[in-house]
Design a protein around this ligand. Structure first.
Ligand code: PLP
Length: 394
């Protein structure tokens, strides 16, 4: 058991992040905006103003200038992705193109939605991401097959378990070249405010993002929708109600969460140079310290982000190590937070190339700018002790 005096070291920032001061301040201010943004009186209009200002701030963080697309607020990244994938499938009347391309290492938010669409008659084809590299040649091979009419492609930008940064823009451009009417969706939940991209730089019609991964509170996410998609009515809402968010997401908006999301994103944008320098230096330090331990660092062969490190332990189940570390106040993850309770071997790690035993013995360390080199030192020392103790027990 952890004593009250133990300092907590939080290294599970891909699961969720602590609130930033910017987000906290924005929440406090937004609490005074009690009006419903759909109400016409002054109290409602104050909330409406805050809502629209927040929308503009996040669009600016996505590099989108006014009127070059819509941003629909949702309750989380999962809802944004379901809105994108199911919303486009529901809008489709004739089924000429029915192939959906995705990767073999997507988050369950995408995987489960696509399993649903598969049952509805869509053909889902998974592109390999071995070694953390999106197989662009695999995409090209499918595009060369004239029998495969592409309806949609949904690729994640950053893998939440390995930190691999996929060349989504290159893949989407190839797809659009061959199938101009294909819809492209990017799950950028782990990439937003961590890597630079815009909807046009990655050729995405739809982009899912989430507040709690960037130091905003849980309970808020957003979906970017391109003007072309809206104009062509290629997406519909599956939520019935009052028609908020341009009819795409009925339900009264979470003004406090939305305003904090915008403030957190804006704060990270303003300090992006400083944050990325800090994370790169922490990553390099962690890499150096971890490499002298009896662990293997699963470094993506291609591009990667510097806030996610996946390591395989020497025949110690990830959960066992997680509890050992947790008892010492050090918090890491044994797979993505959403799937950790399902106790299934991580499909993302299998796709990366790990075998089942290795995948079951792997932990994820995910950093934020609030971590320090001392946190890494404490992690490495606890890991060293854990490996020694747990291997001996076994
Ligand atoms: N996509 C990725 C890559 C994620 O890492 C997560 C959360 O871990 C999600 C989607 C889901 O986001 P949310 O927790 O906001 O629903």
């Amino acid at each position: 058991m952890q004593t009250e005096m133990t300092k907590e070291i939080y290294l599970d920032n891909s699961a969720t992040t602590p609130l930033s001061a910017a987000a906290e301040n924005a929440m406090r201010e937004a609490m005074t905006c009690y009006g419903n943004p759909s109400s016409l009186h002054m109290a409602g209009q104050r909330s409406k103003k805050l809502l629209e200002e927040s929308r503009e701030k996040i669009l600016a963080c996505l590099g989108v200038r006014q009127r070059q697309g819509e941003l629909i607020f949702t309750s989380c990244g999962t809802e944004a992705t379901s809105t994108a994938l199911l919303g486009c499938a529901f809008a489709k009347e004739r089924r000429e193109a029915s192939v959906i391309l995705t990767t073999d290492s997507e988050h369950p938010a995408t995987m489960r939605a696509l399993e649903h669409l598969e049952k509805k008659g869509f053909e889902v084809i998974k592109i390999a991401t071995r070694g953390g590299v999106l197989d662009i040649d695999g995409v090209k091979r499918i595009l060369a097959d004239s029998s495969k009419k592409i309806f949609m492609a949904s690729f994640m930008l950053v893998n939440n378990e390995t930190g691999a940064l996929y060349r989504v823009g290159e893949a989407f451009k190839e797809i659009k070249k061959k199938h101009p009417s294909a819809i492209t969706h990017c799950d950028a939940v782990q990439g937003f405010m961590r890597v630079g991209f815009t909807p046009s730089s990655i050729s995405a019609d739809l982009i899912s993002i989430s507040g709690h991964k960037i130091h905003a509170p849980k309970g808020v996410g957003a979906l970017y929708i391109s003007p072309e998609l809206i104009k062509a009515k290629k997406i519909v809402s599956y939520l019935c109600g009052g028609g908020q968010e341009k009819g795409m997401r009925s339900g009264t908006e979470n003004i406090i969460g939305i305003s904090a999301f915008a403030a957190a994103a804006h704060d990270m944008r303003v300090r992006s140079g400083e944050i990325s320098e800090k994370l790169s230096s922490l990553y390099a330090y962690a890499d150096e310290r971890l490499s002298v331990l009896d662990v293997r660092i699963n470094i993506p062969l291609g591009d990667k982000v510097s806030h996610i490190i996946n390591i395989t332990l020497p025949s110690i189940k990830s959960e066992t190590m997680l509890h050992f570390l947790s008892g010492r106040g050090i918090y890491v993850s044994s797979g993505s937070a959403c799937s950790s309770h399902s106790r299934k071997t991580s499909s993302a790690l299998l796709a990366f190339g790990l075998n089942e035993r290795e995948a079951d013995c792997s932990i994820r360390v995910s950093l934020s700018e609030y971590n320090t080199k001392e946190d890494i030192d404490a992690l490495c020392e606890a890991l060293r002790q854990g490996i020694d103790t747990l291997v001996r027990i076994r």
